[in-house]
Design a protein around this ligand. Structure first.
Ligand SMILES: Nc1ncnc2c1ncn2[C@@H]1O[C@H](COP(=O)(O)OP(=O)(O)OP(=O)(O)O)[C@@H](O)[C@H]1O
Ligand SMILES: [Mg+2]
Length: 219
């Protein structure tokens, strides 16, 4: 079972957008997908309830009440975390995942907050015990910034307090396609192939990494 947690302490960074689009991606690929919503706001579950019946099914799992039941047959489990997740709650979520995807709105304030949050996750390592792989994705990137490559240079030059590079994998643009997809219970992989072509291209470094052994901890 492939387990992917979409996580960031910061509200509105794009956790639900990334989680629902990833779930849609895997479902379209033919995988048996479960989407676990750990957020009592239940935005991922709302998305699933508007998903058309003729689309590949994604199992809805409520993760914010007691007794989380992920169908045993699930091949891919995508987990949508709430904002402001820290300490024990953070450790309990991270323990469930092989891989963390951390969406960050690339403003200096949000990037600093994300760096601190990554530091928090690293500090919990002795509590979590299991190994986890992590990638950062810039989300809601203004088209202008994408074209100018300024943002890419900025992100690429960033270093974590540990001296490591900020491990961003790709940049997702700010696009009404995500809003339209959210309204319809779809992912950008599932409608308007021409209008969403650029968005799907932005996703491909992430989906490739998620399918490679590099994103799965060795046991
Ligand atoms: N790339 C994008 N382009 C356009 N709109 C986006 C994009 N990503 C997210 N949004 C919009 O921004 C808002 C916040 O995104 P989202 O709900 O995914 O964030 P979140 O991290 O799950 O928020 P919360 O912390 O409240 O759970 C939503 O209205 C969503 O549709
Ligand atoms: Mg959310």
């Amino acid at each position: 079972m492939r387990t992917i947690l979409v996580l960031n302490a910061k509200g509105g960074s794009g956790k639900t957008t990334v989680a629902t689009n990833l779930a849609g991606y895997y479902a379209r690929e033919g995988a048996k997908v479960a989407l676990v919503d750990f957020d009592p706001q239940a935005s991922s579950l709302d998305w699933l309830s508007s998903r058309p019946a003729e689309r590949p099914r994604i199992a809805a799992v409520e993760g914010f009440s007691k007794g989380i039941r992920v169908p045993r047959s699930s091949e891919v489990v995508v987990m949508d975390a709430p904002s402001r997740t820290h300490d024990d709650h953070l450790a309990s979520l991270v323990r469930r995942a092989q891989t963390i995807v951390l969406p960050v709105v690339p403003s200096p304030i949000d990037i600093r907050a994300a760096q601190r949050f990554i530091g928090e996750i690293r500090k919990l390592r002795h509590v979590i015990k299991t190994e986890v792989k992590m990638a950062t994705v810039a989300n809601r990137v203004r088209e202008g910034a994408l074209i100018a490559n300024e943002l890419e240079d900025y992100l690429y030059d960033l270093k974590l307090p540990s001296g490591h590079k900020f491990p961003f994998l790709t940049m997702l643009r700010a696009s009404t396609n995500y809003i339209r997809a959210a309204e319809r219970g779809l992912s950008v992989f599932e409608f308007a192939p021409i209008a969403t072509a650029a968005d799907r291209e932005h996703w491909s470094p992430l989906t490739r990494w998620l399918q490679s052994p590099r994103s799965i901890p060795r046991h």
